[in-house]
Each structure stands twice: as structure tokens, then as C-alpha cells.
Design a protein around this ligand. Structure first.
Ligand SMILES: [Zn+2]
Length: 281
């Protein structure tokens, strides 16, 4: 599933590809992608004639800002966008087509069909589902070490589960949570209550630096992720823990283990990431 760095990369490429293009009409070939409004005909009718002004990101969601509308899109497992000429053959997994007045079209393709689109009036989208309960953006200046300590303080859930919960911090999924915890030397099942201030500050720094480096590398191409121009990211080559079960830890050489935490496959180094049992605060 694309996480913050991958969605950020798609956002950047979409800004290069479709900013300023006017939608002539929209074809919806799979109704279930369209979550709002209920009627796919209304969805297409509302978008016709509108121009894409910019593409932004909130957590793992794309916010496509048009003149007078906001389209919120989640790629879920394998959704992807691509710009095509209208004469190019259609992929059978292309479910939504935005036809532009210049003869090009933005195609949304999704083999797994889990992706979603919600259409809003400007100003509505951030206060309604699915964006209304999202937490802190980890790459914004407001995500300070102090803010991070506030978010996690008093929580008794496992630290990995807390970081995956989009109501606290957005954009982190299974890849970057494992990388961040490894970088900070924290066991994924630790309770935030058992972590010292120093450990939390280290974890905050690990989250920000891991996500920043991954954004700079164009994201990780694990499974089928590509950006809006069909290009793969390269950060998967820098992943130190995710997907490396039974390989030596890059820090200490101990073999990396894989377990299940909160229902998610979890990679960790049993030497670098020992369980914290001392209540340090
Ligand atoms: Zn290690």
C-alpha cells in the first residue's frame, strides 16, 4: 500500500502532468470507486467543465483541487494514475477516466479495486469523512518532538499500532513504521508508557528522517507502486529492516526476525530493538 512518501511522489508528478487541464467529461467504469456522491452520473456531471488547479496531499490521500470542487482520492492497495492520449488502448483495470479538453486523459487504474474517490465542495472535505479524523502530518513544522510526546503520552497501546493509527500521525504504514522503529532502536510491541523521553525524541527523529529520505528517493516500489508517470521509486534499496527476514541487521549483524504485531507482519532486529520494561518517566 502506498504510504506518505509514495503518495507525496504521486502528488508531485500529478502537479507536473495535469495542473491547468480542464475536464471535458468523466467516464466511470466501476461504480464502487466513487464513494461520494452516491450517483456516479452526478459525479461525472459535477466535474465536467472544471479545471485542475493543484494537487495536494493529506495523509495517504490525494486532494485534487479544482476551480470550485475538491476530489479526494485514496489509492489503497494498488491504485495508480497515468496520463494518456485518448487514442491509447484502455487497460481492463482502468476504472475512472478524466477526459481533458486538450485530448489527453487522466486514467485511474486499480487491479485490486480498493481505491476510493470522494467529491466535495471547497472547504467541506477536511471536516467530513474520510479526512476529518486524520492526525498530525509528520513532515509539517507543527510535528515537533514536543507534539509527538503529547500524542503518545498516556497511551497503553503497542507503539507500532499507535504509529499506524492515522488518527494520531498520518501517512505511516507498515514499511515506514518498521524502518522508523528499527532506526530508533525501539521494539514494535513496546508501550509508549515504557519509553523514555530520549527514546521518544529518537523515534520522532527517525520518523521524520526516514519519511524525508523516502520522499527524496521517490518512494519505495514494493509490489506495484509507480508514480503518475509510470516510474518506480528507489527507496526500497535503502530499506534496512522491512522485507529482510533472516538477513543480517545492517547495524549489528543479528538475523532479522519477523513476527505479527497488531495483525501486521513486523520486521525487527532482536538485538537493536530490545523490549523496554522500565517506566522511565
Ligand atoms: Zn541489529
Amino acid at each position: 500500500m502506498p504510504e506518505l512518501p509514495e503518495v507525496e511522489t504521486v502528488k508531485r508528478t500529478l502537479n507536473e502532468l495535469v495542473k491547468g487541464k480542464q475536464i471535458e467529461n468523466v467516464t466511470v467504469r466501476l461504480a464502487r470507486i466513487i464513494q461520494r456522491p452516491d450517483d456516479t452520473m452526478a459525479f461525472a456531471h459535477m466535474l465536467a467543465g472544471h479545471t485542475i488547479e493543484s494537487v495536494e496531499r493529506r495523509g495517504k490521500f490525494l486532494r485534487i483541487l479544482l476551480d470550485g470542487l475538491v476530489l479526494v482520492s485514496h489509492l489503497r492497495m494498488e491504485g495508480r494514475y497515468g496520463l494518456h492520449g485518448s487514442d491509447e488502448p484502455l487497460d481492463k483495470h482502468t476504472h475512472v477516466i478524466f477526459h481533458f479538453t486538450d485530448g489527453t486523459e487522466l486514467r485511474y487504474t486499480d487491479v485490486r479495486q480498493f481505491g476510493t474517490m470522494h467529491l466535495f465542495q471547497p472547504g467541506e472535505d477536511l471536516s467530513l469523512p474520510p479526512l476529518n479524523k486524520l492526525g498530525e502530518e509528520p513532515l509539517e513544522p507543527s510535528f515537533t518532538p514536543e507534539r509527538f510526546r503529547e500524542i503518545v503520552s498516556g497511551k497503553s497501546t503497542k507503539i507500532k499500532s499507535l504509529l499506524l493509527n492515522q488518527e494520531y500521525v498520518v501517512g505511516i504504514g507498515n514499511i515506514y513504521v518498521d524502518e522508523s522503529l528499527h532506526r530508533a532502536g525501539i521494539h514494535p510491541e513496546d508501550s509508549p508508557k515504557a519509553l523514555s523521553r530520549e527514546q521518544l525524541d529518537k523515534l520522532h527523529h527517525a520518523i521524520v528522517s526516514t519519511l524525508t529520505e523516502a520522499v527524496n528517493a521517490g518512494g519505495s516500489s514494493v509490489k506495484s507502486y509507480v508514480n503518475g508517470q509510470g516510474e518506480s521509486g528507489t527507496y526500497q534499496q535503502q530499506l534496512l529492516i522491512y522485507g529482510r527476514k533472516d538477513q543480517p541487521c545492517a547495524v549489528c549483524g543479528t538475523l532479522i526476525e519477523k513476527s505479527v504485531v497488531g495483525g501486521r507482519g513486523t520486521h525487527y532486529c532482536p538485538s537493536c530493538q530490545r523490549v523496554s520494561t522500565v517506566l522511565a518517566r
